[in-house]
Design a protein around this ligand. Structure first.
Ligand SMILES: [Ca+2]
Length: 133
């Protein structure tokens, strides 16, 4: 796993290796940056593992992965999450909201995440109707 800093202004830099190939990180199926617990910047790394476990690495920088904060352990339901992204969707000024698109098309917003409040954005049936051939 490689961290490329300052992407866009100068293209990709050489990157900083955050985890070696063949490490446990080959089981990280989704990652997303956010500010779930970090004091000032968007330096948290939310990770969904192949087991469905979810945890946050608080304060991740080019100096290394931040401290691990478990959100929940292995969870069969969470193995069905397909896409994970973050944003400021609730107006609190923090990049601490998590959107999950599930494999059946349901899309869910978890506001101010440590996964406290779940809001369904699109139910599975609605998502299926919007699929175009
Ligand atoms: Ca929020």
């Amino acid at each position: 796993m490689t961290l490329h800093g300052d992407v866009g202004s100068h293209g990709l830099d050489g990157g900083t290796e955050m985890a070696a190939s063949g490490s446990i990180w080959s089981h990280a199926t989704q990652i997303a940056a956010g500010r779930f617990n970090a004091a000032t910047y968007v330096t948290d790394l939310m990770v969904r593992w192949s087991s469905g476990a979810l945890n946050n690495h608080v304060g991740t920088t080019t100096g290394g992965l931040g401290s691990e904060q478990p959100i929940h352990g292995p969870d069969k339901t969470w193995t069905h999450s397909v896409i994970m992204t973050t944003g400021q969707y609730t107006g609190d000024g923090l990049t601490n909201d998590l959107i999950i698109r599930w494999n059946d098309g349901e899309t869910t917003l978890y506001k101010d995440t440590r996964l406290g409040s779940e809001i369904m954005i699109a139910p599975p049936a609605q998502a299926a109707r919007q699929v175009r051939p």
